[in-house]
Structures are given as structure tokens and as C-alpha cells.
Design a protein around this ligand. Structure first.
Ligand SMILES: *Cc1c(COP(=O)(O)O)cnc(C)c1O
Length: 463
């Protein structure tokens, strides 16, 4: 394949480059919701599979023309929907290189370039988050799979400790494993437990901010004995709250449980000197799941599974085949032994690039800044007539509501219809809420003000 700009590869990458730059230069000022319906997009793409093909540059032009009207401007600095980060240019560029190199990142001694970069990124993440240096780090598609990966290692260990080899014998007839999580744990924790044969979590009571109550954890764990896995949370999706790790980890470890922390966006609090107290005690857990594609602002898909007990992870995720080039070392595992996939792209490379570009101080400023913007949003909303901010804004999440649910929903719809700023509708503690999640590195005070003006105008329209 030639890289001469006159060649096919040069030509098609130039088309992609031009379309990407024009999209990114406009994304901050465009109406945030997608305006094309899915049927329109399908029609424009051409729903019928053609008999004959089409030249590559025509395919790319058709793709961009058809898809762009159906894109949500989630990269806008005034996008506060769900928990979705933007993308730093350096991360996007590194992602393009990763695709261009098209390496299979599964085997350490075969594709040394990309595995080396991912391993450094993994060490840097553990260091920034204050987690044990001996931990193994796997790059997954997202925090859902990171939770799954960590909980698979947990299953191997806690059943192994009572003499049950889950890899060999499966779960039929296995000792009962108690799977315990807070009443406001994320749905992906429930899904991971279901995929692993744990069943639905036994829930522990939470306080007004959604934090696990350690006294109730003690009660739940004392009900029975035997293998147990406890899932704690760093960053509640509604309140942003963090479980009291010191107390909960101690209670869980006293009962012999494995402790996992789902910190899809919240784990990054540890990288901020100002916010680090929220994470006190978290490093005593056994495994941690996070995303780089949320708080760290790298492109999808990048989740991170971090496990202290390397042999348990390797046993849960490893596979053996005579044709694989296994690493020569007993100490180092191959990347495919840390995640569910065998073949995969080197999705950790954009994370290396962002960390190298920001440095530890830059990550601190990023995370501290997101939380500061959330506090500004909360203060601005609370000053509007009839608006209540329901949560204690300790991190990046703000839940606002009006006295009546129907009016809250109407306010949310009016804000989104206006297109300037975007926040999600949700329900929390039996009330309709308008939820702002500050996850985009580009959100600064000026964008916060524009978003607040849009929220005030939307409120006036429904009052
Ligand atoms: C987003 C999120 C997840 C799931 O992460 P994905 O990257 O979407 O798979 C899990 N837990 C929490 C708390 C989240 O916010």
C-alpha cells in the first residue's frame, strides 16, 4: 500500500481528513441533537446492497453526507447528557494512527510497539489513580466490560479460595457466591453479574446521596458466610457521590469478600489533589473499573480494568493455544490474558498520548476543572425561580428539579429543543430530574454561562 498522496490511500485519507476537520470545527456551534431521523439516514446511505461497488472517495462522501445530519453534537462543550466525554485532538490523532497501524494488540512479543505503549499507559493510570503498582491493567471496550473483567477475576479467586475451580468445573454445583452491591449501583454491574452467573446483586442500603451504608453492608454480609464479592462505587451517576471506601472495604475484607470499585468516571477524582479525599481508602480494594472515554476525553472505545491479583485475572481471561506466541516471561502476562478479547485494536494508545500530553498536572487540572464547572452550573440553576438542586455537588454531576415532575420534563425538553445546551432527563429518588454531567474538557466558564442562559430561557418558556 503506497502512501503517495496521489494513490488510493492518500486520496481517501485526505477525504476523511477534510470531512473530519470540517465536522470538528463546526461541532461546538451546531444544534446539539441530531436532526435527521434514522429512516432518513438509512435512505440516504442507500438501504439496498449494490451488486457492484463504488469508488472509495464516493463512498466516504456519501457516508459523511448521509450520517452528519444524524450526529448528536456530543463533543460540544455545552453537552452535559448522560456521562459522555469529548475527545482531545491529540487523542483523536493517536487513534487515527492506531487504526492506520492496524496492529493486533493481543500478544506482547509480537506487536511490541503498541503493547509497549499500552503497558506504559496502564502503569501511568495506576500511578495517577493511586492504585497498587503490581496491578494488571487491561484495556476493554468500556467500563461495562471492565466491570465484567474484574468480576470474572473475583469469581475465580473467591471460589478458588474455597476449593472450587470455576474454569474447570463451571458454576453448576458450585458453592453459592454472594454478589453484593449498593442500591444505586450502575446497571452494568448487574449485567456483569448476570453474565458471570451471579444472579442479581443483593442490595445494600444507601444514604441520601446514594452512598453505601457500611452498617448495612455489615448486616448483609453477616447474614451468611462463604464466598462474596462486594461492588462499591466511585461516582454515582445522579449525585456524583463516592461510597465511604475506608469503612466499606474494611467491613467487606473482614468478611473475606473481594472488593471491586466501579469508578467509570469517578475514579479520576484520585488524580485531582483537591478531590482526592473522596477516594480515601479506595486503593485498598481488589479491583477497579474505569473509562478513559469519559473523564479522560479519549475517543470510544476505551475502558480500563485494573486488578491487583494478577494470577486471578490471568486465570479468568487467559486462553492457551499452540499457535499463539506466548510471552516468554512468567511474570508478565500477554494483553489478551487481561481482557475478554483475543484480537483487538490497540485501544490504549490514545490514552498514552493524552497522558503524555497533559502530564499529571494537566490531568489534575482537567478533573478539578470539570468539578468546578459542575459547581458553577449547580449555583446558577439553584438561583433560578422554582429550581431545586437535589444533590450535594461533590464531583461532576448535578440533578435539578422543579416542584412538579411534568414541569421538570417540559423544562428539559425545552432546553434540548433549543439546541444550545443539552442535559439528560432521568429519575432519581422518585422525582423527575434534569441531569447535567460535566465530562467534556472543553467546558469552560463561558460555555457554562451560555448553558445557564439557555436553561433560564427554557424555564421561562415553560413557566
Ligand atoms: C458509564 C458507566 C458505566 C458503563 O460504562 P461504559 O463505558 O458505558 O460501558 C458503568 N458504571 C458507571 C458508574 C458509569 O457511569
Amino acid at each position: 500500500m503506497s502512501t503517495d498522496p496521489g494513490s488510493e490511500v492518500g486520496r481517501v485519507l485526505a477525504v476523511a481528513h477534510a470531512r473530519a476537520v470540517s465536522w470538528l470545527q463546526g461541532v461546538g456551534e451546531r444544534d446539539i441533537p441530531a436532526w435527521a431521523g434514522i429512516d432518513d439516514v438509512r435512505h440516504e446511505l442507500g438501504a439496498e446492497l449494490p451488486r457492484g461497488g463504488e469508488p472509495a472517495d464516493a463512498v466516504l462522501a456519501r457516508l459523511a453526507d448521509a450520517v452528519e445530519p444524524g450526529l448528536m453534537a456530543s463533543a460540544s462543550p455545552r453537552f452535559f447528557g448522560w456521562v459522555m466525554g469529548g475527545t482531545y485532538p491529540v487523542a483523536l490523532a493517536a487513534d487515527w494512527l492506531t487504526s492506520a497501524w492496524d496492529q493486533n494488540a493481543g500478544m506482547r512479543e509480537v506487536t511490541t510497539g503498541v503493547v509497549g505503549a499500552e503497558e506504559i499507559a496502564g502503569h501511568w493510570i495506576a500511578e495517577l489513580l493511586g492504585l497498587p503498582r503490581e496491578s494488571e491493567v487491561g484495556f476493554t471496550t468500556g467500563a461495562t466490560m471492565a466491570n465484567f473483567t474484574c468480576l470474572a477475576a473475583a469469581r475465580t479467586r473467591v471460589l478458588g479460595d474455597v476449593g472450587w475451580d470455576v474454569a474447570g468445573r463451571g458454576l453448576s454445583g458450585a458453592p453459592r457466591l454472594r454478589f453484593v452491591a449498593g442500591a444505586e449501583s450502575h446497571g452494568s454491574v448487574t449485567l456483569a453479574g448476570s453474565l458471570l452467573g451471579f444472579g442479581a446483586p443483593i442490595t445494600v442500603a444507601v444514604d441520601a446521596e446514594g452512598r453505601m451504608r457500611s452498617d448495612d453492608l455489615a448486616r448483609v454480609l453477616s447474614d451468611d458466610e462463604g464466598p462474596a464479592v462486594v461492588v462499591l462505587q466511585a461516582g454515582n451517576i445522579h449525585s456524583g457521590a463516592f461510597d465511604p471506601f475506608e469503612q466499606c472495604v474494611r467491613v467487606a475484607h473482614d468478611a473475606g469478600a473481594w472488593v471491586h470499585i466501579d469508578g467509570a468516571f469517578g475514579l479520576w477524582a484520585a488524580a485531582s489533589a483537591h478531590l482526592r479525599p473522596l477516594m480515601a481508602g479506595a486503593s485498598e480494594a481488589d479491583s477497579w473499573a474505569t473509562d478513559a472515554h469519559k473523564t479522560l476525553n479519549v475517543p470510544y472505545d476505551c475502558g480500563v480494568a485494573i486488578v491487583r491479583d494478577a494470577p486471578a485475572l490471568r486465570s479468568a481471561m487467559g486462553m492457551h493455544a499452540s499457535y499463539l506466541a506466548a510471552t516468554a516471561s512468567d511474570v508478565e502476562s500477554d494483553p489478551h490474558e487481561r481482557v475478554p478479547e483475543l484480537s483487538r485494536r490497540a485501544r490504549g494508545i490514545p490514552t498514552w498520548a493524552v497522558l503524555r500530553w497533559l502530564g499529571a498536572d494537566g490531568v489534575d487540572a482537567l478533573v478539578t476543572g470539570l468539578a468546578a464547572s459542575a459547581r458553577q452550573i449547580a449555583a446558577g440553576l439553584a438561583a433560578m425561580p422554582g429550581v431545586e438542586v437535589l444533590n450535594d455537588v461533590v464531583f461532576t454531576q448535578v440533578c435539578a428539579a422543579l416542584a412538579d415532575d411534568a414541569r421538570t420534563d417540559a423544562w428539559a425538553a425545552a432546553l434540548r429543543a433549543d439546541g444550545v445546551a443539552f442535559a439528560s432527563s432521568s429519575r432519581w429518588h422518585d422525582r423527575a430530574v434534569l441531569r447535567f454531567s460535566v465530562s467534556n474538557a472543553g467546558t469552560d466558564a463561558a460555555h457554562v454561562h451560555r448553558a445557564l442562559d439557555a436553561a433560564a430561557a427554557a424555564l421561562a418558556r415553560v413557566s
